[in-house]
Design a protein around this ligand. Structure first.
Ligand code: GLN
Length: 448
């Protein structure tokens, strides 16, 4: 823990950490030492971890990257962070992220830009960008992230890491500050599939009393299939993922990883996910709709920021929300309110729900032809900081390969696939059918 605390200080300019408390971390490390001395052999005992700042934690402040929650201290602990601490992990602190997990570059955080350790003029990805930067710079050996539309996979891809978003419902959303509840899912980010498997086994599991969408399936040992052979495994490559928008350098790295999988005995099959392009409008209707509802609670009354000067209650709401939320969050609240409003609900929200179902059905059809789906995570390597400042749409469009799995609630991960333009990392995306995390981790581990 001492080593990692010192490294975090040394590399503070990356902007990865939002909250650290040496005394808390060292007390947890001593408690882990005591467990070890009693003969406890839990695999994660004493291993440091840092959490994306959207998980509420009792020992550290939680901001969700927003001014709205500046200095907020939760009275309780999220299930995911509690489970990791129960397994003996030592918390190094909280990690920067896009405001309320809305973004792809960590540029929407109210607490400053996170830099990509591979090239500090570039973004680390988002919204779990602090998690990715901290791991890539070795400020922590393990981190949590959340993925609503790609926020574990894309930063993992941009920073040469392994990250997995489990099947929707595997990880409890209790204490996870909500962005879009029907899509939000927590997961681990680390250097290898083996590390992710250990972390995933510890953080998943039913939490039926606290999260109504928690799956009633027991946590499993996700490490058990890591060394299975890939002979005969059918890997589906969606032709829509290898499209014109895919940069040649990313395509080359993805092709090389697929060729490697073939050498390991897997068979590549071309599949089709015909509604891939529709995943963007569907996601950018449904997720703002849910966000507009979830973020209604930030009204200056129960917790968080409250404006100083106001004339009456309505003025207090307006000023509080005007000051507390950043531009991207406001944009999504307005979009969400619009698509849910009377007269537009049927045309946008309901229609998007129908197409969401069709996208999930397309994926089920694809899984009749293959065991695992593989393709790129993002169309390009990490872009330069500020490059899309006046063009939020450009970042939305770059979510094209990650959104389908999110909309369907399927497990998906990113595993390092090599390097592309400017020497920047490229990830290979693996998508599995429901509850097939072990299969994904197996394929990823064989590549490593
Ligand atoms: N980039 C996507 C967005 O901006 C995904 C975010 C996420 O998964 N939290 O919404």
């Amino acid at each position: 823990a001492h080593h990692f605390l010192a490294r975090a200080k040394e590399h503070a300019s990356l902007g990865a950490f939002l909250a650290q408390d040496e005394a808390v971390t060292l007390a947890q490390a001593r408690a882990a030492d005591a467990r070890l001395a009693r003969g406890d052999a839990s695999p994660l005992l004493g291993v440091p971890v840092a959490h994306k700042d959207v998980f509420v934690t009792a020992d550290f402040s939680t901001t969700a990257g927003s001014r709205m929650l500046q200095g907020y201290r939760s009275p309780f602990e999220s299930t995911v962070t509690r489970k990791l601490s129960d397994s003996g992990m030592v918390c190094l602190g909280k990690l920067n992220c896009d405001e309320f997990a809305m973004g792809s570059a960590n540029e929407t955080s109210a607490y400053g830009q996170v830099r990509n350790p591979w090239d500090t003029t570039r973004v680390p990805g988002g919204s779990s960008g602090g998690s990715a930067a901290a791991l890539a710079a070795r400020l922590t050996p393990a981190a949590t992230g959340t993925d609503t539309g790609g926020s574990i996979r894309q930063p993992s891809s941009f920073c040469n890491l392994t990250g997995i978003k489990p099947t929707y419902g595997r990880a409890s959303r209790f204490g996870l500050i909500a962005y879009a509840s029907s899509l939000d899912q927590a997961g681990p980010m680390a250097r290898t599939a083996e590390d992710c498997a250990l972390l995933l086994s510890a953080l998943c599991g039913p939490d039926l009393d606290r999260d109504s969408t928690s799956l009633d399936v027991p946590a499993e040992d996700f490490s058990r299939a890591l060394n299975d052979r890939l002979d005969g495994l059918r890997i589906g490559v969606p032709k829509e993922f290898i499209s014109d928008g895919l940069a040649p350098d990313v395509r080359a790295a993805v092709d090389a990883a697929l060729a490697e999988l073939q050498k390991l005995g897997a068979r590549l099959v071309e599949i089709s996910l015909p509604r891939t392009e529709l995943s963007i409008p569907v996601y950018y209707i449904l997720s703002p709709a849910e966000a507009s509802s979830n973020l209604a609670r930030f009204d200056g009354v129960t917790f968080g920021h409250r404006a100083k000067d106001y004339t009456d209650l309505e003025d207090m709401y307006k000023k509080t929300r005007g000051e507390g939320f950043g531009d991207e969050v406001k944009r999504r609240i307005m979009t969400g309110t619009y698509v849910l409003s009377h007269g537009y609900y049927d045309a946008y929200y309901l229609q998007a729900q129908k197409v969401r179902r069709m996208i999930a059905d397309d994926l089920q059809r694809a899984f009749q032809q293959c065991d695992v789906i593989a393709g790129p995570v993002a169309p390009t390597v990490a872009r330069c900081i500020g490059e899309c400042a006046d063009d939020p749409l450009a970042d939305y469009l770059a979510d094209i390969y990650t959104l389908s799995a999110s909309l369907a609630g399927l497990p998906a991960m990113s595993v390092p696939a090599g390097f592309g333009a400017h020497g920047m990392p490229v990830g290979l995306q693996l998508i599995g059918n429901y509850l097939q995390e072990s299969k994904l981790l197996n394929v990823a581990h064989q590549l490593q």
